[in-house]
Design a binder for this molecule. Structure first.
Ligand SMILES: Nc1ncnc2c1ncn2[C@@H]1O[C@H](COP(=O)(O)OP(=O)(O)OP(=O)(O)O)[C@@H](O)[C@H]1O
Ligand SMILES: [Mg+2]
Length: 506
């Protein structure tokens, strides 16, 4: 196979922070080449360099064996190299077709040819298996659909190299399958594909070769043949990953700490009832949109709802998350960027924000105590910050999650509610978060984990409640806690089938 694009000895620093060190990678026509590594390993930075969005501090790129230096992404695109970014970068107030053709509009007799652009957009989205109207404003699209529009935009350019930076993080399994079909087609057409994902099973299924990065350095480039996901994880993290889940703590005591009865969130949840025991890890499963997040937002006073809440035997109602925290309940929202951290502030400010009274002496902030708390948080939660004075927004995703956990724990809660604890987080950090959750339960605190990842619920929780269409559809625990059981409850397939049988259709 011919080498299309080669990186030789690439290094990249942002000011004093060195993010990539001496990386070489050889990309061949007709291969799918995965790049894997922990959060912050430098994958996106490397993709941005290969596609002309960033210049390397050192090293060279060679296209067909000839040294090139891209002044920007437009120059790289002209050579057929395109990147589908990890973040969504579309103009919300333009239509889908306008976004796809932005900066490269088709003209006919000097006029912008809307109709052709619309037809081409529809055709390419169709290939992607997406049902999206080219005339809709991007503002009205779900995140998954926006990602598909970004992919369509990239594929529109005549391409020889296509880089996908975590394309499936926001896609449903069906959408991801259509994307894999496209990737396989690209490979048949002799296009070189770069592919980043934290889902190692997916990497195993789609890639021919894999490059592993750790802390900005190259660990290995090798064929995927004979490389299993567990070994990939070990190469990424540098330690054995065969035990992803900790032992489940001895188990819940009989006392109920929280009881919710007939709780309704208009438009989202109907009469949900459940209880939580001391020392228990209780999971909430279900499909996206089943009402789990809305239920907890409402219980914590973040949205309207009614029903009864009993905390340690006394009836209670929260006006907001602050009141809940005062009562010993913390809630970590799924949208950590929007709600959890002040991205433009440093780590210390973020850490102590929710527990300022602890760091105040005679109405003055005790800076020494704050710094001490930051030391302890960095150590306890293994927060990988290249500098102590970094802004929270400069941490990688997984490390932001760890900072948020550290912040919440300063409030010494009795009940911790975590929504999607490991979304977009690498496998090493996942293991740390799981063992942290288990240690909370071991200490006699209670934890509620809301997750769309069934393996996570099964590996971590004592008991799992499954929601469907705004209702608690059922509960599984012990050795009945299986993927099949959760899927049946989440989708209702089981019941439908029972109904079919009863109606004599089978
Ligand atoms: N503009 C910047 N200034 C300073 N540091 C930066 C900048 N951009 C990225 N970094 C740092 O570079 C490192 C690599 O970041 P990068 O986004 O490439 O990681 P990644 O492997 O893509 O991680 P993830 O899996 O979380 O997407 C991180 O430590 C990040 O904090
Ligand atoms: Mg990245």
């Amino acid at each position: 196979m011919a080498s299309v694009l080669r990186a030789e000895g690439i290094s990249k620093s942002f000011g004093p922070i060195e993010v990539l060190k001496d990386i070489s990678l050889d990309l061949q026509a007709g291969e799918v080449h995965a790049v894997i590594g922990e959060n912050g390993a430098g994958k996106s930075t490397l993709m941005r360099i290969l596609s002309g969005h960033l210049l390397p501090s050192q090293g060279a790129l060679l296209l067909d064996g000839v040294p090139v230096r891209f002044s920007g992404p437009v120059e790289a695109e002209a050579q057929g190299i395109v990147l589908v970014h990890q973040e969504i970068l579309l103009a919300e107030d333009l239509t889908v077709a306008e976004n796809v053709f932005l900066g490269r509009e088709i003209k006919r007799l000097g006029f912008v040819d809307d109709r052709t652009m619309r037809d081409k957009t529809r055709a390419i989205l169709n290939d992607l298996g997406a049902v999206i109207d080219p005339d809709t404003h991007v503002r009205n699209l779900s995140i998954a659909d926006r990602q598909l529009v970004q992919i369509a935009r990239a594929l529109l350019v005549p391409h020889r190299v296509v880089a996908f930076d975590e394309p499936t993080a926001v896609l449903t399994p069906v959408e991801a399958e259509s994307l894999f079909a496209i990737i396989r087609k690209l490979r048949e057409q002799n296009v070189a594909v770069l592919y980043i994902s934290h889902r190692l099973n997916e990497v195993k299924a789609i890639a021919d070769r894999v490059t592993v990065l750790r802390d900005g350095r190259l660990v290995t480039n090798r064929d995927i043949e004979g490389l299993e996901p567990l070994e990939m994880a070990r190469l990424m993290v540098g330690r054995d990953m065969s035990k992803l889940y900790p032992e489940k703590p001895a188990g819940a005591s009989a006392d109920t700490v929280l009881a919710v009865r007939d709780f309704t969130v208009p438009g989202h949840v109907t009469r949900a009832s459940f209880s939580l025991r001391r020392g228990e890890i209780l999971g909430f499963g279900g499909l996206i949109g089943a009402g789990r997040t809305e239920l907890f937002e409402s219980l914590l006073g973040l949205r309207a709802g009614h029903g009864s809440i009993t905390l340690h035997g006394a009836s209670i109602r929260f006006k907001d998350a602050r009141e809940a925290m005062a009562a010993g309940i913390v809630y970590l929202s799924e949208d950590r960027k929007g709600k959890g951290l002040l991205l433009q502030q440093n780590l210390r400010v973020n850490l102590t924000l929710a527990a300022l009274e602890k760091f105040t002496r005679a109405s003055l902030m005790d800076r020494g105590a704050e710094e001490g708390a930051l030391d302890k948080a960095i150590q306890d939660f293994d927060i990988r910050a290249r500098r102590r004075d970094m802004l929270a927004g400069q941490l990688s995703g997984g490390n932001q999650q760890k900072l948020l956990l550290a912040k919440m724990m300063l409030a010494e809660p009795q009940i911790v509610i975590i929504d999607e604890p490991t979304r977009g987080v690498d496998i090493g950090t996942k293991q740390q978060i799981y063992s942290f959750i288990a240690s909370l339960a071991q200490e006699g605190r209670s934890v509620i984990v809301i997750s769309s990842e069934m393996q996570e619920l099964i590996g971590l929780c004592h008991r799992v409640l499954v929601m469907r269409n705004g209702q608690i559809a059922g509960e599984v625990e012990g050795n009945r806690l299986t993927e099949d059981a959760i899927v049946f409850l989440a989708t209702g397939v089981h019941e439908e089938r029972a109904a079919e049988i009863a109606a004599g259709h089978v």
